[in-house]
Design a protein around this ligand. Structure first.
Ligand code: AMP
Length: 568
């Protein structure tokens, strides 16, 4: 099994061998294969370095950066054929497979492939489809920053560290916060921007130079010009000053020029970092390390940004170009139960908020449809199961069409629809309990399986829908097993015995107290009940601990033995 980093600009293939991940090189000794496909003059299809060179000569002869279009209906035409992001990616994956087979001397049929954390299901599915065309079965799709963390965590699994992975590639930007302790790599949160990367820096520098020198390249020279600016950008990662040929004359470009030219791009990094830290509830001062990933993280403008924003100097302990591929290989080792990585446990979060569409009273005072009602928030640790109760709009309404969406927008039209299920029998009947109420439970696991259970509370009638992130990748039995594993999560925390016992104990003590102590206990109980309603273990645990400590001190004071307090 191989690990593939299918990058916007470059792709790499790695393998886990003799207890270590290793990146494999092609015949030219190169580990980075440009993610470029082109047609030669004689119509032959070129992949990688040759295709990239061909594009410099004839920009219309092929395609680069197609990863940005994954999951869309984009079409390209070159070499007399129609192409799309999936078929272009398939050519790159086939090349990775070929390199691996040549290096390993055996057939390769399975792969772990990395994608940006912010890829939504369609983009992930498009990646799986591309692999299928390339003759590879996808064993697992993992997020690039998680892969980076695995490559990092696998080396120091025992050390307790909070790491921010700052991944700026050619076309995507991802930030992930991880905690590593006792061999567990726990993803706390992730955030990203799917159209922001090193290529935008090159574009911005091109535009800045063109404007400054009141010049624009001929169409046939555009590829060549961009290439020169790309080189200048890379030079500025190591030098204060470089030169670039504009319209035949050499002009100076300093780091400060570059910073000015690209300030609007750098400004877009900030909100992503802030959102990720906020979601995880981690402050910059809590971080132990900032791990740089992606070629564009080499730019001094980025180092300065990290220094300003996170008040620390980022370390590139692992090569930013290789770390994702190395992590993919570690994951391949995990999948293959390699003893050398057997001790690492990886926990992940769901990257997008999952919910349903609902109607509510809009600004006009009339019911309006199309609102998003979140059920599982983004960056919740998986596996997770959450439920919420909804009502029909009118007593006469009999049917509800539950439409399932993922995304962060307030209106569902701006999110992604991933499935739907209908229930009926909701018309109000006099005397019945819970008229028109439906309980919607979402259960989501690490394999990307979302189980939606809709229960009509008046009759107990249930409907179930299973949405796979990667249809076809798991057998029916594997799906049923994954769902069965989520079963214990499905009890609402308020119904769990230890929590019920805790509340009963609190009520008993409440009756004994008066005055300020009683008010205080009341407010602690309220907080605990609110935490239970949130169904979020991160809120339940601390509020249970505070309540327990109050109750414990009461019992100690009273000299009464407290009945065994259990965990939330
Ligand atoms: P990746 O998608 O990780 O391959 O990232 C490639 C991006 O990193 C491209 O936009 C490159 O221009 C950029 N990049 C690679 N090396 C450097 C460097 N030394 N300095 C600045 N940018 C670089």
């Amino acid at each position: 099994m191989i690990g593939i980093d299918l990058g916007t600009t470059n792709s790499l293939v790695a393998v886990f061998e003799n207890g270590h991940p290793r990146v494999l090189a092609n015949e030219l000794g190169e580990e980075l294969t440009p993610s470029v496909v082109a047609a030669a003059e004689d119509g032959r299809i070129l992949v990688g370095r040759a295709a990239k060179d061909r594009l410099i000569v004839d920009p219309g002869s092929g395609m680069a950066c197609f990863k940005r279009d994954m999951g869309t209906a984009a079409r390209y035409r070159f070499g007399g054929k129609d192409w799309n992001p999936v078929t272009c990616s398939a050519m790159i994956l086939a090349e990775m497979k070929r390199i691996a087979e040549m290096q390993l001397g055996s057939a390769v049929t399975e792969a772990v492939i990395t994608v940006p954390a912010y890829f939504h299901d369609q983009q992930r599915q498009a990646t799986v489809e591309a692999a299928k065309i390339a003759g590879l079965k996808v064993e697992r799709i993992i997020n690039e920053p998680t892969a980076a963390a695995l490559a990092y965590g696998y080396r120091n699994p025992e050390q307790e560290t909070q790491v921010l992975v700052f991944d700026l590639g050619g076309g995507t930007f991802d930030v992930t916060l991880l905690e590593i302790f006792d061999g567990v790599v726990e993803v706390k949160s992730s955030a990203g921007e799917s159209r922001l990367g090193g290529e935008d820096y090159t574009d911005a520098l091109c535009a800045w130079l063109e404007k400054k020198h009141a010049w624009s390249p001929e169409r046939s020279q555009a590829g060549n010009w961009r290439q020169r600016v790309e080189v200048a950008k890379r030079m500025l990662a190591v030098h204060e000053l470089t030169r670039v040929s504009v319209n035949g004359s050499l002009v100076d470009v300093t780091r400060d020029d570059f910073k000015d030219a690209t300030a609007s791009i750098t400004a877009r990094l900030r909100p992503v970092v802030t959102r990720c830290m906020r979601d995880a509830g981690i402050a910059a001062s809590d971080l132990n390390d900032v791990l740089l990933v992606g070629g564009a993280s080499r730019m001094s403008a980025v180092h300065e940004f990290i220094h300003d924003q996170l008040k620390r100097i980022a370390t590139a302990k692992l090569d930013p170009d290789r770390v994702v591929a190395l992590g993919a290989a570690v994951q391949a080792g995990l999948c293959a139960n390699d003893a050398a990585v057997g001790d690492i446990v990886l926990t992940d979060v769901c990257p997008h908020t999952l919910g349903i569409e609902m109607a509510k009273e809009g600004g006009s005072g009339r019911p309006e449809s199309g609102f998003f009602a979140p059920i599982i928030d983004r960056n919740t640790t998986v596996p997770v199961s959450r439920s919420r109760v909804f009502n029909t709009m009118h007593p006469q309404q009999d049917i509800v069409e539950v439409e399932v969406f993922q995304g962060e927008a307030r209106m569902t039209k701006d999110n992604q629809k991933i499935g739907q299920v209908a229930v009926n029998g909701l018309r109000h009947v006099p005397g019945q309990k819970h008229p028109g109420e439906i309980d919607i439970r979402f259960s989501y696991d690490m394999n990307g399986i979302l189980e939606v259970e809709v229960t009509v509370l008046s009759s107990g009638q249930k409907k179930r829908l299973v949405i796979e992130q990667r249809p076809g990748s798991l057998s029916k039995r594997e799906i049923e097993e994954a769902i069965a594993r989520m079963q214990p999560l499905k009890l609402h925390p308020r119904d769990l015995l230890p929590n019920r016992a805790r509340l009963e104990r609190a009520n008993r003590v409440y009756a004994e107290l008066v005055g300020h102590a009683r008010d205080h206990l009341d407010s602690l109980t309220n907080q605990f009940e609110a935490a239970l309603e949130s169904q979020d273990p991160h809120l339940i645990k601390p509020s249970a601990a505070v309540l327990d400590s109050f109750l414990r001190s009461y019992f100690e004071h009273e000299g009464e033995r407290q009945p065994g307090s259990a965990d939330a």
